[in-house]
Design a protein around this ligand. Structure first.
Ligand SMILES: C[S@@+](CC[C@H](N)C(=O)[O-])C[C@H]1O[C@@H](n2cnc3c(N)ncnc32)[C@H](O)[C@@H]1O
Length: 341
């Protein structure tokens, strides 16, 4: 749940304003349309007067056969509002449906009692929540056992509160992954990179963006097709954990059945029938699966000098020249062996 400290932090954090483009919304949500019929969709952390999530569902309200669409606007510390569209039997099921705009009692904070009441009523929560409050946001959805489709920053998936949800198949990655461009407010400062302006609108792109959901999608059942075989040279063993290093998830050896460390981009292709996620090789999560800093003082010194980012819980290996290497953000996985294999 959002505590007072983190909410206060977000209220002061102007870097939470990243508005999603309708093309990106369409590119992802087209895969879930079978879930929308007869459902109440809630887009919180939004501004329905400008939001493309609202626009997308308002325009397609009849097409999807929605029961209800609700969106709440967040206006830190001030009274805010919600907008709603409700399906009625006598309505002509064509065109763009009318909405009702009503004031909220509070500022539209997603964890406020009135917004939680709407959340409880909703079938599916769909939004791009504030990046700074992602953990609190997910915890709320899990607490109320909600179905969701959300935009997330992949770095947040490494948090000890979040990663176990992926590991235990409580949520998974959606279809789109990587760079995404967002509209930002006019008061955001221009940047040298990942920034552009067009017709007076400011855009910023962020890397490592993904969609996460707990709605079942066909992609989650597609096996990754593998084309490499194991050999000791290409796949060195970690010196502090009984697993091999795999540099790219596409290069997972087809004939290796022990533990493997793969880049976290693997998560976008994970099929729980093909692989089991054992854990994340980072800090406490890494330590909890037995990754130790099993090194002499000299080795530790050499490693830190070469890789200042080395932390406990990280796996390490020696490259072909004998140098110690710490790979970035490894997920530890294991092949599942089916009866027919
Ligand atoms: C990443 S932006 C996305 C906005 C919109 N959902 C979209 O995709 O275009 C996250 C939004 O969450 C809002 N926000 C920040 N803290 C919030 C809170 N405690 N409760 C609800 N919304 C919040 C921010 O003001 C911001 O507009």
């Amino acid at each position: 749940m959002a505590d007072n400290k983190s909410l206060a932090r977000a209220k002061n954090n102007k870097e939470d304003e990243f508005y999603t483009k309708i093309t990106d919304i369409e590119k992802e949500l087209k895969h879930y349309r079978g879930y929308f019929k007869g459902k109440t969709i809630f887009c919180n952390c939004d501004d329905p007067e400008y939001s493309n999530f609202w626009r997308y569902f308002q325009l397609n309200f009849y097409e999807f056969g929605l029961k209800k669409l609700i969106s709440t606007h967040y206006k830190a510390g001030e009274q805010s509002y919600k907008m709603e569209i409700v399906a009625t039997d006598h309505q002509q099921q064509i065109g763009i449906p009318d909405y009702v705009k009503t004031p909220l009692q509070g500022d539209g904070d997603f964890s406020s009692p009135e917004c939680v009441e709407i959340l409880k009523e909703a079938d599916i929560i769909i939004t791009n929540p504030p990046f700074s409050l992602f953990i609190n946001y997910i915890e709320l959805l899990i607490q109320y056992e909600k179905k969701f489709i959300l935009i997330a920053d992949t770095d947040k998936l490494h948090y000890k509160e979040i990663f176990p949800l992926l590991q235990n198949n409580k949520m998974w990655l959606g279809y789109n992954y990587g760079d995404m461009e967002f509209v930002v407010p006019s008061y955001y400062q221009p940047r040298e990179t990942r920034y552009r302006e067009e017709n007076g609108v400011k855009y910023r792109s962020r890397g490592n963006i993904c969609w996460i959901t707990n709605l079942d999608i066909p992609k989650r059942h597609e096996n990754l097709l593998l084309y490499k075989t194991y050999n000791e040279e290409e796949y060195p063993k970690y010196i502090n954990f009984d697993a091999i290093e795999v540099r790219k998830y596409a290069e997972i050896p087809i004939d290796y059945y022990g533990l493997m460390g793969v880049p976290d981009s693997f998560l976008q292709r994970h099929n729980p029938e093909q692989f089991e996620i054992i854990g994340l090789a980072e800090s406490d999560l890494g330590v909890s699966i037995g990754i130790s800093a099993n090194l002499t003082k000299e080795e530790m010194k050499a490693l830190k000098a070469e890789n200042p980012s080395f932390r406990r819980g990280n796996p390490i290996y020696r490259d072909r020249s004998g140098n110690l290497k710490k790979p970035y953000a490894r997920v530890i996985i294991k092949r599942k062996v089916s009866d027919t294999e």
